[in-house]
Write a protein that binds this ligand. Structure first.
Ligand code: NAD
Length: 278
């Protein structure tokens, strides 16, 4: 593993499970010190035991301004600085038809998925800038790219995350702070398996149910996203900002050949398409 993040300090929200946990492990592996903020931080107790003083976990609700500000404070007070913010925590949000969705569910969905990103950028930016610049990486989703892959409000919220990524990048560039998004495809996590408490068996079933439709023949693993996040956090990406890095095994490139309707698959001899005489 490269050693690109030695001396850096990161805050990772939702870092106790799934993609966030893999991001935490990857950043630690590349030499960073990490503050994990999560509603259920105890799920990362094993990582704390393994990585000792380089990892701190803290209960935080990313939709709460004081909690988010508290994560930045913990990084500064515990590790002396902040270089990387991963706004990653999330959930599936409100399910069902728009006509049956309450305003309270709308607000909760956008609070957890969008307000959280706004709060993270708001509170981290002054510290990132004061420490010589840094990197913000927001976890969006391929759902933002096309309607119909996820519930209404989740889809709209992730589109808002992409938009906020771009507008923040324009504002923060002058401060030396880069802001990018990573958009995962189908990733084998508890969330993807249908519930935050999904066990390994349930995740494996979700993995097996989806791999046939993947151009690369498998669903994504949290480590696939973590590798992209570590790249965006590192100096290897020092001239990249305001971008979305889609990490999806190719599923947004288009339908696979097997998904094409029959007429498209009619094979015509190639000679019919050649100019006369050739
Ligand atoms: P996960 O359920 O495994 O992990 C999410 C983590 O976020 C959990 O530890 C949970 O406790 C935490 N969390 C939830 N709400 C929180 C809150 N209000 N405050 C603090 N922490 C909170 O899910 P995951 O699949 O790892 O998802 C991580 C991110 O990736 C989410 O933003 C999700 O939308 C996004 N994503 C996931 C997939 C996928 O297929 N798994 C695809 C695209 C995008």
């Amino acid at each position: 593993m490269p050693d690109r993040l030695a001396g850096r300090v990161a805050v990772v929200t939702g870092g106790a499970s799934g993609i966030g946990r893999a991001i935490t492990v990857r950043l630690l592996g590349e030499g960073a010190r990490v503050v994990v903020g999560d509603l259920a931080p105890e799920r990362a107790d094993d990582l704390v035991a393994e990585h000792g003083e380089r990892l701190v976990t803290q209960r935080a609700d990313v939709s709460d301004e004081d909690d988010v500000a508290g994560l930045v404070s913990t990084a500064v007070e515990g590790f002396g600085r902040l270089d990387i913010l991963c706004n990653n925590a999330g959930f599936g949000g409100a399910l069902g038809p728009i006509t049956e969705t309450s305003v309270a569910d709308f607000d909760l969905t956008f609070d957890v998925l969008v307000r959280s990103v706004f709060l993270g950028i708001k509170h981290a930016t002054p510290v990132l800038a004061a420490d010589g610049g840094g990197a913000v990486i927001n976890t969006a989703s391929i759902a933002a790219r096309r309607a119909g892959w996820a519930p209404h409000l989740y889809t709209a919220a992730k589109a808002a995350v992409l938009s906020l990524t771009e507008t923040a990048a324009l504002e923060l560039g002058a401060l030396g702070v880069r802001c990018n998004a990573v958009s995962p495809g189908l990733i084998a996590t508890p969330l993807y398996a249908g519930h935050p408490d999904s066990d390994a068996d349930r995740i494996e079933k979700a993995r097996q149910a989806s791999h046939e439709r993947q151009p690369l023949g498998r669903v994504g693993e949290p480590e696939d996203i973590a590798a992209a996040v570590a790249f965006l956090a590192s100096d290897d990406a020092e001239w990249i900002t305001g971008q979305q890095l889609i990490v999806d095994g190719g599923i947004t490139a288009g339908p696979t050949w097997d998904d094409f309707p029959a007429p498209y698959k009619m094979v015509r001899p190639i000679r019919h398409h050649r100019p006369p005489g050739r």
